[in-house]
Write a protein that binds this ligand. Sequence first.
Ligand SMILES: Nc1ncnc2c1ncn2[C@@H]1O[C@H](COP(=O)(O)OP(=O)(O)OP(=O)(O)O)[C@@H](O)[C@H]1O
Ligand SMILES: [Mg+2]
Length: 319
Amino acid sequence: MLLKVENLSKFFPIKKGIFGKTYYVRAVENVTFEIDKGESISLVGESGSGKTTLGKTILRLYDPTSGKIEFDGKDITHLTEKELKWYRRETGLVQQNPFGSMVPHFTIFKILEEPLIVNKIGTREERREIVYNILREVQLSPEEFAFKYPHMLSGGQLQRVAIARAIIMNPKLVIADEPVSMLDASVRVEILNLFEEIQEKHHMSIIYITHDLSTTRYFSDRIFIMYAGHLVERAPTKELLRNPAHPYTKALLEAIPDPDPSNRFKFREVPPGEPPSLVNPPKGCRFKPRCPIATDKCDEEPPEVEISPGHFVKCWYAQ
Ligand SMILES: Nc1ncnc2c1ncn2[C@@H]1O[C@H](COP(=O)(O)OP(=O)(O)OP(=O)(O)O)[C@@H](O)[C@H]1O
Ligand SMILES: [Mg+2]
């Protein structure tokens, strides 16, 4: 096992009203899961469900509010920035907007060399070799791209650079936060395929964050579903797609267009309504206000039950 997350919560304090009373946005609450070495996970949920917050908390870019994070057998929940230096090497992040995540006046070469310098790796010559190799790995010709600036690249090319930067230290875990959602549809599949190749070659674990369940079929071993800060269901990919058990997951799957081209615009019904406020979420199950099968019992937080091997559901009526 590589990563173990136990009852992890992240709340953001916000001040509201004329007296500046502090409220909390309960962006991630009581999340528990484990990930194996080399495993790929898709973390799926609609906008505001807490995916980025969970990812950044796991990477310790945010301090957890409560709970525990273990990486490679070490408790990293409360390590200081200095103590986290090794963890930064072992983990990588690819963000949604490749333009926003690059220093604009650095060349691609400098962007990629920087982590090597920070970690005191190699001589100048050796670093050049590493940077050129990683560029080849993400299918960018070093001769053509190494000395260009970010603004000279397309979104897809720049996302390849972002991937190169995330993996240049050969991390054990990479979190890719909506890495293709800002790219043209034509390059999305290429980038997802590249991720798959890299992940298999380096045997790293990857958490692929998306709000689009239809892209997870590409490469995830397991799918995790988030709703309003809760992890409501997780299961091996095929199992989850075939036997979704949480009413929210069922609704999500039904919202995917029919793959048959003649039925392209046929969507099935999704429960009406919106996700709840995370400042004052409903007691118990957060999907209750939209759930077609909810009862009074759902005012209590549902336990997480394992309905088949590795298939966990947080619902009183999981089946
Ligand atoms: N720094 C912050 N301060 C206060 N609230 C925040 C902060 N970051 C996120 N939130 C809130 O936490 C909740 C979860 O946000 P988050 O960005 O994790 O969702 P997400 O699932 O990544 O959404 P998206 O698909 O839009 O990226 C939202 O209600 C958001 O407004
Ligand atoms: Mg996000």
